[in-house]
Design a protein around this ligand. Structure first.
Ligand SMILES: [Zn+2]
Length: 295
């Protein structure tokens, strides 16, 4: 990549990158030349920015951090602005220098540090990954906002449920609960979490099998074990309950075994849920012969 190409590339990725990322595209000598020509500047040691770029990212770097939390959620397209105008930056856990102290005093800037059990990253383009962003946001925004953000991230495929679980597991309990709850309440979050649980245990499954004409179920393990996850929205609806009972009866009559878990169980009693599934599998409930006509 020549110098001009590099500058175009840098513009496309947002105008900022680490020196390390830059060196994947050009030599140190070319880098020195571009700096010497004034095309690039150094917003923070180890970082480069296009000389004329001014953004949340360059501001964050100049304040000694990177973009995180709601500012990063906005960047990732996971945040609907509703009055939140502050710049949320993440500084290194152990950085307490003068620059950071100034940032902490500044109006309009919220300074975060990552919880000690999570690994710090140096995001190559100055904006925290979705994973880190949600972890930081879990200690900053309301549960409702976090639910909305986690929902968007899961449904847009910007984070996998496993990764969300991983983040949640490392956080202190109150924040973990919020994040887990966020995933549980979001779209198919509970189902995604259950799928992650099965994958972790190396249990093979099919999601959304059509076991009755035009009727789809949540999970099929083996041939005959059906797992249904009751999502929160269905609670309290008699009509839905009646429909669930009808489906259960129809499947049972065909030789399937139907097991239901509530979203609370999937989110907060994962070990018991997994143990139940493992017990059923051990007893061969998933290998029952079904009548040939329905197979
Ligand atoms: Zn924040």
């Amino acid at each position: 990549m020549c110098g001009m190409d590099f500058l175009s590339w840098l513009e496309i990725v947002g105008g900022v990158c680490t020196v390390e990322a830059a060196l994947e595209h050009l030599t140190r000598r070319e880098l020195r030349r571009l700096r010497g020509e004034g095309a690039l500047r150094t917003p923070q040691r180890g970082w480069l920015a296009l000389a004329d770029t001014s953004s949340d990212t360059t501001r964050s770097l100049e304040l000694g951090g990177v973009v995180t939390c709601v500012s990063a959620l906005r960047d990732h397209g996971l945040w609907t602005p509703h009055g939140e105008q502050q710049l949320h930056i993440r500084v290194r856990r152990n950085s307490h220098g003068a620059r950071v102290a100034r940032a902490e005093d500044r109006d309009g800037v919220v300074v975060h540090r990552l919880h000690e059990r999570l690994q710090e990253e140096a995001p190559p383009f100055g904006v925290d990954s979705v994973q880190t962003t949600l972890a930081v946001a879990s200690g900053c925004v309301s549960a409702d906002d976090l639910i909305a953000a986690a929902d968007a991230a899961l449904s847009q495929g910007k984070i996998q449920p496993d990764a969300l679980l991983e983040v949640a597991a490392e956080l202190p309990r109150p924040r973990r609960r919020v994040l887990e709850r966020a995933s549980a309440l979001s779209g198919s979050g509970t189902e995604s979490m259950f799928a992650a649980l099965l994958r972790h245990a190396h249990i093979v499954f099919v999601q959304q099998p059509e076991l009755l004409p035009d009727e789809f179920f949540d999970f099929l393990i083996g041939r005959s074990l059906v797992i249904e996850i009751d999502s929160l929205e269905w609670h309290g609806s008699r009509k839905q309950m009646a429909n669930d009972r009808r489906r259960d009866a129809a499947l049972t009559a065909l030789g399937y075994r139907v097991v239901r878990f509530t979203y609370e169980q999937v989110m907060f009693e994962r070990e018991q849920v997994l143990q139940t599934v493992l017990d059923l599998v051990r007893r061969g409930v998933h290998r029952r012969a079904l009548p040939a006509a329905t197979a």
